[in-house]
Design a protein around this ligand. Structure first.
Ligand code: HSE
Length: 411
């Protein structure tokens, strides 16, 4: 059965998607029975040399008003005009699949509801974890589990930088320069380095698992600018690596959600995820721990996820079998107050006497570090308690060099 589709934005991901649908057309048809044909590609450029030049259009109305087009991939990125185009297409009854984490994390509730009312679907597998199938497994394969944890390395750029610091012994600035030279980091890598990209992705993962979309402003977000080579080495000396994690944790009645660098011990599978790769660890109350691993970015990997949604939406256009995820806005009480989030902490101080550490932090575990500093792991304590103790130790004349949370987890 033929299904006509369109792609909005022939950039890296849109181009990869067009290539995949062309190269693997017969394979998809033989596997699924769906004959996917790209009827239009929306782009502001003419692209006369593109193999898809004959299908380029510049006006969204052409796609929105064509009754033959059943599914559209949105690979434009950013909020505008992606939001207006997506809404218009959904209202016209066309399913939309998106790789746009910013749009999904800001407007997901609204766009899913528009899709539901219009009798089509809005899918977003490619928005998080690049090529890793993670949102669909959370929705379908784990539907029978209560999910208590999603912890992920969700940003390839920062994982590359941290990996180079760990295994190459280079400092943050040099590792960032390398990431830029290799084309991993954008010219302005702020969203990656400061954790905002990972915050969008953990919001999307948490909404898919728990049904409530937490605005990213409510997600405690820290990046990796402050990570020093000496912290990386100190972590290594105790069998741990520093990783930027996005975490959504359901503990008792609480929901904590944060993005921050963590000390991850080598016994945790996330410690082994290196370079630009992403990994997402999910804990379900029946299945236990699951690890999803793969390329979190790049034309081909992300196209794989866009194509997965396109194929699902195209089949559903024929059978009506697919439904929309149900998302509602987060309650005022969500997430829980971050001051109550408890974990152990790695702390490095200078200008401090060991006995002041004992008095203020109680029992600690020493961590070998550079001369002139004292580093240690605290016992489990809340953010509130950690900040209160850090204030006291600063008042005694110490200077805080680093504080990194510890990712302690047992299955
Ligand atoms: N800048 C992102 C990353 C791209 O480095 O992971 C994929 O979302």
């Amino acid at each position: 059965m033929v299904v006509q589709v369109a792609i909005m934005g022939l950039g890296v991901v849109g181009g990869g998607t067009a290539d995949l649908l062309t190269e693997n057309h017969d394979l998809i048809l033989s596997r699924t029975g769906v004959d996917i044909r790209i009827k239009y590609i929306l782009d502001i450029r003419d692209l006369p040399d593109s193999p898809y030049a004959d299908r380029i259009v510049h006006d969204i109305s052409v796609i929105a008003s064509d009754p033959e087009v059943a599914v559209v991939a949105e690979t434009i990125g950013g909020v505008h005009p992606a939001y207006e185009f997506t809404r218009r297409l959904l209202e016209a009854g066309k399913s939309v699949v998106s790789s746009n984490k910013q749009l999904v994390s800001e407007y997901g509730v609204e766009l899913l509801s528009v899709a539901e009312k219009a009798g089509c679907v809005y899918l977003y597998e490619a928005s998080t974890g690049g090529g890793i199938p993670i949102l669909s497994p959370l929705r379908y394969d784990l539907a029978g589990n209560e999910i208590s944890e999603i912890s992920g390395i969700l940003n390839g750029t920062t994982n590359y930088i941290l990996t180079r610091m760990i295994s190459g012994g280079v400092d943050f600035e040099d590792a960032l320069a390398e990431a830029k030279a290799k084309g991993y980091a954008e010219a302005n890598p702020t969203a990656d380095i400061d954790g905002h990209d990972a915050a969008r992705k953990i919001a999307i993962l948490a909404a898919t698992a728990f049904g409530h979309l937490i605005p990213t402003e409510r997600i405690h977000t820290e990046g990796i600018r402050g990570i020093r080579l000496s912290d990386v080495r100190a972590a290594e000396s105790i069998g741990a690596r520093i990783k930027l994690l996005g975490r959504a944790l359901r503990l008792g009645g609480e929901l904590f959600i944060l993005v921050a660098p963590f000390l991850v011990f080598d016994s945790c599978p996330l410690a082994r995820i290196d370079d630009v790769y992403n990994g997402v660890l999910v804990h379900g109350n029946y299945v236990g721990d699951l690890l999803f691993y793969g390329r979190g970015a790049g034309a081909k990997a992300t196209a794989s996820a866009v194509a997965a949604d396109l194929i699902s939406a195209a089949s559903s256009a024929l059978t009506g079998a697919l439904t929309n995820p149900v998302w509602t806005p987060a309650d005022e009480s969500e997430p829980s107050d971050f001051a109550s989030f408890a974990c152990r902490h790695y702390i490095a101080l200078s200008g401090v006497e060991a006995n002041a550490v004992d008095v203020i932090f109680g029992k600690t575990e020493p961590v070998p570090t550079v001369e002139g500093e004292i580093a240690f792991l605290t016992e489990l304590m809340t953010e509130r308690e950690a900040l209160e103790r850090l204030e006291r130790i600063s008042a005694s004349g110490a200077t805080l060099q680093s504080r990194i949370r510890v990712c302690d987890r047992t299955e």
